[in-house]
Each structure stands twice: as C-alpha cells, then as structure tokens.
Design a protein around this ligand. Structure first.
Ligand code: FEO
Ligand code: CA
Ligand code: CA
Ligand code: CA
Length: 680
C-alpha cells in the first residue's frame, strides 16, 4: 500500500539566508554531517582516500558527482530488507560525472588519454550501494566493508528488458544477440519502486561517444535512419567525446566509445555502431541482492532520463511512472503498466521479477499542454498512423519507437518544455510535479533551434537578471509545473495543470518575472532535484543554477504546496525587436507565503544540490552536494589557493587540510536536534 501522511505538519524552521560561503548551511536547531564522499573506500581492504590525485581502485570506492539517491531500510541485524528500518539501511546513489582534474595528481592529460587516467575515470561513474547505520551516539555513518557495499560502473554487465530486448538496434559486438549490454553512465535522477528496488536514469550518455567527420556518408547519407537518430540524440558526425576514452587503446573497453561506421574492418571486429542504442534507459537495480540481474527497462523509452516517479498506488489499477527528458525543448513522459497493482507485491521475494511484471509491458505517453489549463497524454505507438507515417524517420516497429522516443514525440507534436529535470508525486494529492530548470533558447518566437513561448513555458525575459545583463537569455530562472490526472487515474489521457512556482530573484518585476512573488527567504533559480517526503508531505526543491550564483550558492527549499488551480491566470506582454507585441497567458499557482515555502539549506561554493532521501520515520534526510569547486583548470591544479572550494575537508571530513584540500562531492545527513521530522 501507499503510505499516507499521517499528520498535517507545518513548516517549523527559520529560513536560511542566501550565502556565498564555502559551507553547508542549515537552520538553527538542525545538524548536517558529512557521511560519504568521493573516494571513500567501500571494501575493508581498500586504502583510505588520500585525495591528492594518486588514489586508484574506484571499483571499490565512492564514485564522483553524487547525484540522485534513495534510502532502503534494513532490519536491525542487517540481514534483510525492512521497509520501515530507520536506523540501518542502504544508500544507493548515482555518480553522474567527474571533475576529472581532481582525479589526477597533475590534472588531466589531453590528447591521447593514458590508461592510468581512463581506468580511474570510467569506474568513477555509475552507481554505488553503501550501508549506513546509526552509531552508538545515534549518528549515521557509512559502514566500510559491509557485505552490501558495491559499485556498478560503465563496465558492469546488465540485461536489456522489455520490448527493445533482442532488437537489431541493440545488437553489438559485446552482445550479438541484443539481450545484454555493458554498464550504465551519466546517471542523474533516481526512483524508488513500490516493491523496494532502485531506479536510475541515464541522462547525458550521448556525450561520452565520438563519431568521426564524414561518418554520415559511411552510414548512407543524411537521411539514413541511423544518421537521423544519432543527430536527434546529439551525436552529429564530428562530435567529440567528453573524455576521449576511445584514444586510450584498441582494447574493447576503450574502443567502444567510438561509434563510427567509418573505418570498421571487413570482419566487423571493431563494429561499435549500435553501442549508443544500449544507453538512455531507466535501469532497475536490487540494492539488497548482489547477484540479482540489473535490468535496462526499455519500455520506459530512451532519452536523457532524470527521475522516475510512481503515481499514487491504487490496488487493481495500472502503475504510472512519470519521467522527464532534460534537454532544451524536450518532453515529459508517462509509462502506464499493463499489470494492475497488487499490494502483496510491496514486499516480494524477488524484486527484479516484480519489476519484470510491472515495467516490461505497458504504454508510453508524452505530454501536450493546452493554453486553457488542460493537457493530454499522447501514446507513442507504432499503430498510431501519425507515427507510422512520419516522414522524417520510418519507424520499423514498437522497439524502434521506444529507442527513438524523441522522434516519435516529435511526430505527434508534444509540447517542447524548458528542460524537464526531476519529477515527483505528492504523496497525498497524487499530483505530479516537474522541475523545468531553465532554457536559454526560449524566445519570443520559434526560429531554428530556438523555441517560441507557450502557456506552459511562458517566460523569455531580457531583464530577469537584477543588476546584470544577460541579454535575450530566455527563461533563465526556470519553473515547476504540476499536473492533476483526470479523475486521479494513473491511466488517464488528460490532465489539468498550473505552475506551482516560477523561479526568480526576490526583487524582480512581479508582473513579468517574479510571478510567484518570491521573497528573500524563499527566492531561488533553476530548480532541478525535486522530491516529496512521505513522512511530512513536504516538497523538497534543489537547485542547479548559473543565473543567481553571483548572489548565492545553490540551495534546497522546503515547500508545502496546495493543489492545481489554487492560483490565478497571468498574462505576460512582450515587445519584439520590431516593436510588435506578443501576449502569453499562463496559470500561476497560489503565491507561496512564509508558511508554505522557506529556504532550508545552502551549499558550499560552486556546487549543485541534488538527491534527497529520508529514513522512513522522516527524522533523517540525506542530501547530496555535487561537484563543489568544479571550476578548476589543469594550470591551477597545483595551487590550492586557486581552488574555489575546500569542502568537505573544511567541515572536518577527510584528508587534505581545511585550506588546501581538493573539494569532493559528498552526502550529508541532516537531523533535527530535538529528534523531530525534518522541516517541521
Ligand atoms: Fe544531470 Fe539534468 O541533471
Ligand atoms: Ca539534475
Ligand atoms: Ca541540472
Ligand atoms: Ca551537475
């Protein structure tokens, strides 16, 4: 069943002020401790992290760029799952990316990448599972050497599951049958299934692969299906890879990052053309069982995945899984299971088999917003004549539709959004919230790669930045849209919507920019991580911002939202360069008050706040601090005075000195000093 929020809690903390300090700031009466940082050893035989660029063995250490995270309870003895275990559990988190300069003693070697560096960078990506438990003082610490601890990396064997499994599009040198694949990468948002497994979204995977110039010709020209697909997912011919791992050598784990057809030998022994089609999925992991298969759930579509959030559960009804595609002008999706929810599946003996039941068969939908506050979910199915007859790309079958979900969504005219990041479902109302983090290409009119205004993406301001000039910078602050399914049904094909909050600086124009009338204790920019506590029902909003970072580091707020339609409409009037005007009417949720939205946390310098999870009693919240001090050049790697951050060493965690240490991504554990539920 669905846990209900038992108490009508009120926000009970003093708002934290905006800050540029190199600390994690939380309200008075709360404590934040670092619990698990980049490089921390997972096995008992792994050396402590020296944090000087000489450390190796990242298969047995915490990865970099801590991101989405979920807590899974254990019983007191640590022998089995206890969904209500609040003193001992498993933290499962994504390691999205790396600040490569800090992983090497003298920074990163450019050009041909040495194996000594590549072999650290690859396993510093992926997922980690780490046991945490309260010590004798009641404070959570991670357990080095726990039998549950493990890493999943871009080289870990995984299985493909769902409609794409075995399809020609995913047959590779590694897996000629198309039944398996290798690893997961650029894992961003997460999900917690109703049966107690972990979901991780593969986001900017495309950027790790290279295609040589001229590869379009080798593949059959600009209209060849694989070329159309590769371009739609960001891999035009000539695209370079993010880290150049393919330069390291001809061994399979390096060569795979070059997906060009050009130069493939006649025996096909270096044919990696389809490697890209094995990434871009929601991946399911059983955190409790090391031997359980890891499944790429292809039925949920292939795109730049963020979180995967389940709609409110109802016995005998399908499950809905909400997902976003984080790129400018991309879409919001929903998967609806064929199987109907059986509450007995909340604690199954085989979690991956339960995932097979609910996640491998179903329908994938994409969202289309209307100006009147309604919207529709359009099914992406090969039987839809608009998809089957799409002129840009000739879909072969439903597997092709799922692998190329972006193209299918283009075909049906879904609404192009301002970068859908995380989504989350309110535990009581069942309403669905999506962060739309920002979009510098949201303009007054659509031209080329730029997007025009619509009711759900209504802001494009030249004057949103107080005291600065960002020019015609589009939607620089982002917003949070929310939706209510028709009849509250998971399988509904229509919804109503409004904008829960518009990000803005507190002093910005109330009619044009600060539409939610945010005050100094609650203003924010670029919402990204989004999560609801099942204990308090509060909404946790995390930021990944570049527009307000002259004033404040990234932050986390806690809100107590109302419901869709609790506000008003607002009409925004714009003047174009030729002096003609454009008006857009949007729907603004009830403006927050001091009782419904407050800033709870501000992070250290040059970081993003992302990932949030709680113990089932709601009295401990875990938050990830991603890439503090990530702005660093090879030229400055030897001069700690040039590091923008020394966190968490300056908070007393780990080696390196409070003014000299390299910064590290890390998890903080937050408790209320009186033992209460977080935020109350
Ligand atoms: Fe990895 Fe879109 O955040
Ligand atoms: Ca994110
Ligand atoms: Ca982001
Ligand atoms: Ca980031």
């Amino acid at each position: 069943g669905d846990a209900a929020v038992a108490v009508d809690y009120k926000l009970g903390f003093t708002a934290v002020e905006k800050s540029l300090l190199d600390v994690v700031a939380v309200p008075s009466g709360y404590t934040a401790n670092v619990v698990y940082a980049l490089g921390d050893p997972l096995t008992s035989g792994t050396a402590a992290y020296k944090n000087d660029g000489t450390d190796t063995d990242f298969d047995n250490r915490a990865g970099d760029h801590h991101d989405g995270m979920e807590y899974f309870g254990l019983n007191a003895a640590g022998t089995a799952r206890d969904a209500n275990g609040s003193s001992r559990g498993l933290l499962v988190m994504n390691h999205e990316a790396i600040t490569d300069q800090f992983l090497h003693a003298a920074g990163t070697t450019s050009g041909t990448r040495p194996a000594s560096e590549t072999d650290k960078e690859i396993p510093a990506h992926g997922v980690s599972i780490v046991e945490v438990a309260k010590n004798a003082s009641g404070v959570f610490a991670y357990t080095q050497g726990s039998a549950y601890n493990r890493r999943i990396t871009p080289l870990t064997p995984v299985t493909l599951s769902g409609p794409v499994k075995g399809n020609a599009l995913v047959k590779t040198l590694y897996a000629p049958t198309g039944l398996t694949a290798r690893g997961t990468i650029n894992n961003c948002g997460t999900g917690y299934t109703p049966w107690g497994s972990f979901l991780t979204g593969e986001e900017n995977w495309a950027g790790y692969f290279t295609r040589v110039s001229g590869d379009d010709t080798a593949r059959g020209g600009a209209t060849a299906k694989s070329v159309v697909s590769l371009k739609r997912y960001g891999r035009a011919a000539g695209a370079t890879s993010r880290h150049g791992w393919e330069t390291t050598g001809s061994a399979d784990q390096y060569r795979r990052w070059n997906i060009s057809q050009t130069g493939v030998s006649s025996d096909g022994s270096d044919d990696y053309r389809n490697e890209l089609n094995t990434f871009g999925y929601i991946v399911e992991i059983d955190p409790y069982v090391k031997t359980a298969a890891i499944r790429k759930r292809t039925g949920l579509g292939r795109f730049a995945h963020e979180s995967a959030s389940f709609g409110k559960l109802t016995a005998g009804k399908p499950l809905a899984v909400y997902m976003g595609d984080d790129s400018q002008g991309e879409y919001m999706y929903k998967f609806v299971s064929t199987a109907l929810w059986a509450p007995a599946d909340a604690n199954p003996s085989d979690r991956i088999a339960t995932g097979d039941k609910y996640l491998d068969s179903g329908k994938l939908f994409v969202a289309k917003f209307a100006a009147d506050g309604s919207g529709s979910w359009i099914e992406l199915n090969i039987s839809n004549s608009t998809i089957a007859g799409y002129a840009t790309y000739a879909f072969a079958d439903q597997a092709d539709v799922l692998v190329n979900a972006r193209l299918a969504a283009d075909a049906v005219g879904a609404t192009k959004m301002d970068r859908p990041e995380w989504c989350a479902v309110h535990p009581t109302t069942g309403e669905i919230y999506y962060t739309l983090t920002n979009n510098s290409n949201r303009k007054l009119e659509p031209t080329g790669s730029q997007f025009g205004l619509d009711a759900a993406n209504p802001r494009s301001y030249q004057d949103a930045k107080i005291g600065g000039s960002l020019g015609a910078a589009g939607n620089i602050n982002g917003h949070i849209v929310r939706m209510a399914e028709a009849g509250g049904e998971s399988a509904a094909t229509s919804f109503t919507w409004d904008v829960y909050l518009f990000g803005a600086e507190a002093g910005a124009d109330l009619a044009k920019v600060n539409l939610s009338a945010l005050t100094a204790s609650q203003d924010f920019s670029s919402p990204d991580g989004l999560w609801f506590s099942r204990s308090s029902g509060f909404c946790f909003i995390q930021t990944d911002d570049g527009s307000y970072t002259d004033v404040t580091n990234c932050m986390m707020l806690i809100g107590k939202p109302g419901t869709v339609g609790d506000g008003t409409t607002a009409t925004l009037n714009y003047t174009k360069a030729d002096s003609s005007t454009v008006a857009v009417t949007t729907r603004v949720g009830a403006k927050p008050t001091v009782d419904t939205l407050r800033r709870f946390l501000v992070g250290p310098k040059d970081c993003e706040i992302t990932g949030c999870s709680e113990t089932p009693d709601g009295k401990t919240v875990f938050v990830n601090i991603q890439h503090p001090g990530e702005t660093i050049s090879k030229a400055n790697i030897g001069d700690p005075s040039k590091f923008l951050s020394h966190w968490p060493a300056n908070a007393g965690y780990g080696a390196g000195g409070t003014t000299t240490a390299r910064p590290r991504s890390a998890t903080v554990v937050i408790t209320k000093n009186d033992g209460g539920v977080i935020g109350t």
